[in-house]
Design a protein around this ligand. Structure first.
Ligand SMILES: Nc1ncnc2c1ncn2[C@@H]1O[C@H](COP(=O)(O)OP(=O)(O)OP(=O)(O)O)[C@@H](O)[C@H]1O
Ligand SMILES: [Mg+2]
Length: 363
């Protein structure tokens, strides 16, 4: 008579169980139920969203849904972040003829994308921000003149500002306030005003205020409400501020706030980067003037919402990849900003402009 060792019996039982074990696949209905997207009425069968079609896309797939009576698009928007977790992807919601399209973007973003400047789209002042899963995202600084960039140290803010300078050089009049003093000095040799002290910063901001007043008077006299409608010569001016927190002088703050409130119509943009988006650095009212925002990884959900708005905590959960951020403008998308090391930025400028004009000193 053969006696099987009890350990062997257990092992064979475990192997058998393991072989037959199939992890339950999450169905769409599980997702709707887990996210609370179900209508329950007394005794009736619960109603769930119905998938009408599914299409493969380069970024993942598109799902077209019929929404049952008792639910609306708004219920999906309110559960946006839950749905992202449930699909394990970045998603976009778009109402289409009474139905709802869910764009499920589950492709990985590249970790390093070297700077390149493809043919810009037809916008008045296009700047490339970075690659989302849907392709290169451009921002029109004429339509969204003020652009706020936030993120923890080393997340990629200054690098993005170098990319913007490379894209704007020769197209707009660039003025830089770099109170960290080192990074942007190479632009001085190319005719760009770079303020490196608070005194110089105050001068730059004062000049911009004067220019704004002059332009507002010209536009008023011409009877137009924005620079794009003006026939004469009024080039775009972009003032880039690297590290807003370093700008502590009250005069600078009031000059900057005035520009944020009034400059949008007259072709003057403010692009400001900061490690600390708190109200101590930039008041709620001034922050509201930034129509476009880019938030790299931040410490927590509060900081993410401070930059991207009440409903967006996503920047707290971004991977710790330099250059990875959430762009909020016409859409809210995860992007990888392009990489342009300073040496490369300098080289590109010399190639474009070998004997550049020296920047005028700041009086
Ligand atoms: N888009 C990018 N792709 C790949 N690497 C990047 C990217 N942006 C930045 N880096 C890397 O991260 C480093 C820090 O970037 P950067 O100086 O722009 O950060 P920062 O946000 O300005 O930091 P700080 O707040 O300290 O000024 C860079 O030296 C570079 O090595
Ligand atoms: Mg920096």
């Amino acid at each position: 008579m053969s006696h099987q060792n009890p350990v062997d019996t257990w092992v064979s039982l475990l192997v058998k169980t393991y072989k037959t074990f199939q992890p339950k696949k999450t169905t769409l209905n599980d997702i709707w139920t887990n996210c609370g997207l179900v209508v329950r009425r007394n005794k009736e069968k619960p109603l769930l969203p119905v998938k009408l079609s599914e299409r493969k896309r380069p970024y993942g797939r598109d799902l077209l849904l019929h929404i049952p009576v008792g639910l609306s698009d708004l219920d999906f928007y309110r559960r946006y972040e839950k749905l992202c977790w449930a699909f394990n992807a970045e998603i976009e919601l778009e109402p289409v003829n009474g139905k709802l399209l869910i764009r499920i973007m589950d492709q990985q973003l590249q970790k390093v994308i070297p700077f390149d400047l493809p043919q810009p789209p037809t916008m008045a002042l296009p700047v490339p921000v970075g690659y989302s899963r849907a392709g290169l995202e451009w921002l029109d600084l004429a339509a969204a003149p003020h652009f706020l960039v936030a993120g923890t140290p080393g997340s990629g803010k200054s690098n993005l500002l170098h990319c913007l300078c490379a894209a704007l050089y020769g197209i707009a009049d660039i003025r830089i306030i770099d109170l960290k003093r080192l990074e942007f000095s190479y632009l001085r040799q190319h005719g760009v005003t770079v303020a490196a002290t608070e005194k110089e910063a105050a001068r730059v901001l004062l000049d911009l205020n004067h220019e704004m007043d002059r332009r507002l008077a010209v536009l008023e006299a011409a009877g137009v409400v924005k620079v794009q409608d003006y026939d004469g010569n009024m080039p775009f001016i972009v003032c880039i501020i690297d590290e807003l927190a370093e700008l502590q002088d009250d005069t600078c703050h009031s000059l900057l706030n005035r520009l944020l409130r009034l400059a949008r119509a007259c072709g003057i943009s403010i692009v400001a980067a900061t490690q600390r988006p708190s109200t101590a650095i930039i008041s709620g009212d001034s922050r509201a003037q930034f129509a476009a925002r880019l938030c790299y990884r931040v410490a927590d959900e509060v900081n993410s919402r401070m930059v991207l708005g009440e409903t967006c905590s996503r920047a707290a959960y971004l991977p710790t990849v330099p250059g990875r951020a959430i762009l909020r403008w016409d859409k809210t998308r995860e992007v990888q900003t392009m990489f342009l090391p300073v040496a490369e930025a300098r080289k590109r400028l010399y190639e474009r402009c070998p004997s550049p004009p020296e920047a005028p000193g700041i009086a």
